[in-house]
Design a protein around this ligand. Structure first.
Ligand code: ADP
Length: 416
């Protein structure tokens, strides 16, 4: 289905296109947000989940005019049907995708390899390159490609922009980006550390500098993006110099369902001794490890409740999570030499005060401390949680990947 751009406002003054649709297409879900870039406000957001199953669900939330969220249930066969359903919901709010006010569609694309260090207008050639990266991002890039093709079919006339999760990390020096393995093998298979969550690390590091009242170029920041997936980055003067995720989003911190760092020999051992296949081990490390593997739950709220009730497995899972986090804070302090701020973000980082307290506890020698009463404050705003005497600012800085994708998209294609 395509929506021709109709000239229904030909008698009125021409409308400058000022809306951006942000699409985040996963393997079985599509998240979307429509923003008005004149004031960067949100007009609507939505989520289609369990695409292809009988129990698909679309939740659409109009964000102006006080209307209630609307829900559709029942099979949504594929990404095309998902986007068409979203387009219908938007049209019902007077925000149809056929509107001349729509300037562009911005896509979150997980893997941009080494080639894409900035947001990029999607051409056939760019799409081919994203396809060429499927072997290093088999779980993510195919879904992103489907999302792009579907959106192109819907509005072939509109600029579509890819914003890559890896882009912010392309500034990492070779010393941080290379694994210490045979160089020919690594290069033949494009094996190196790419890093992910880059849109969030870029946004949060900039916001943290703003919170400190300094220019991004002047400050060194450790960003801890702790969601269901989790990653740390070391940002020196606005440029990423190290990050904890690697070839794939499996490396680094303990996550909701992923192991993070592990001796690679564990995989050979599981193959030889437990008879597991590569796919079995992939599932084990990506889906059945991390907090869920350690204690059966991956929601930090549930884990904290269990700890309060005296549950020892939950307490051990929490300790392992915090131990790894502390190691990365220490490592990135050494990488940066001087740290001006540590910023916590994403679902856990923004909401779980006990995680922030435990991660920073005992780091006074590094100039880091958390003030208990500031840490207990709940707010949507960026804020400091360190006491005044602390040399390093510790901050909570809510991330906003959709806004960053919209900003980058509009900056690239928005009319002056
Ligand atoms: P992702 O985008 O990676 O799916 P989010 O950044 O939305 O994840 O984070 C989701 C996680 O945030 C949940 O799994 C949960 O552990 C945690 N979380 C959300 N709200 C709270 C809260 N109030 N207290 C503690 N943890 C929370």
């Amino acid at each position: 289905m395509t929506f021709p751009v109709t000239d229904h406002e030909s008698t009125a003054a021409p409308v400058e296109p000022h809306r951006v649709l942000v699409l985040n297409s996963g393997s079985s879900s599509v998240k979307y947000q429509l923003l008005d870039m004149r004031d960067r406000s949100r007009l609507a957001s939505g989520l289609v989940e369990r695409i292809g199953e009988e129990t698909s669900r679309l939740v659409h939330t109009p964000l102006t005019g006080g209307a209630e969220p609307r829900e559709r249930t029942g099979r949504i066969a594929d990404h095309t049907a998902a986007l068409e359903a979203a387009a219908e919901e938007l049209a019902a709010d007077g925000l149809g995708l056929d509107s001349p006010e729509l300037a562009a569609i911005g896509h979150r694309v997980v893997h941009g390899g080494l080639r894409f260090s900035a947001p990029t207008v999607i051409t056939d050639e760019v799409l081919k390159e994203i396809e060429r990266l499927v072997p290093v991002a088999p779980l993510h890039n195919p879904a992103n490609i489907t999302g792009i093709r579907t959106a192109q079919a819907l509005r072939p006339d509109l600029p579509q922009v890819a914003v890559f999760d890896t882009a912010f990390h392309t500034t990492m020096p070779e010393a941080a980006a290379r694994y210490a393995i045979d160089v020919e093998t690594a290069d033949a298979h494009r094996i190196r550390r790419y890093g992910f969550h880059g849109t969030s690390h870029a946004y949060v590091s900039r916001k943290t500098a703003e919170l400190l009242g300094r220019a991004p170029e002047e400050v060194n920041i450790i960003v801890l993006h702790l969601g269901n997936g989790a990653s740390a980055s070391a940002v020196a003067g606005g440029r990423c110099v190290d990050t904890s995720m690697g070839l794939t989003p499996l490396e680094g911190l303990v996550m909701g369902t992923r192991s993070g760092d592990i001796d690679p020999a564990v995989t050979f051992h599981l193959k030889r001794v437990a008879g597991m296949s590569a796919d079995d081990i992939d599932v084990l490390l990506n889906k059945r490890s991390g907090l869920v593997g350690l204690c059966g739950d991956n929601d930090m709220r549930v884990i904290r409740r269990r700890i309060d009730e005296g549950d020892e497995r939950a307490a051990l899972a929490f300790d392992i999570y915090i131990h790894r986090l502390k190691k990365y804070i220490g490592a990135y302090t050494a990488v940066l030499g001087r740290v001006d701020a540590v910023a916590f973000t994403a679902g856990v980082g923004e909401n779980a005060a006990p995680v922030r307290e435990a991660a920073i506890a005992g780091l006074e020698q590094l100039g880091m401390a958390v003030d208990a009463s500031l840490n207990a404050v709940r707010s949507e705003e960026p804020r400091l949680i360190s006491p005044e005497y602390a040399r390093v600012a510790v901050a909570v800085v809510p991330t906003d990947e959709e806004l960053e994708i919209a900003d980058q998209t509009f900056a690239l294609v928005g009319r002056p």
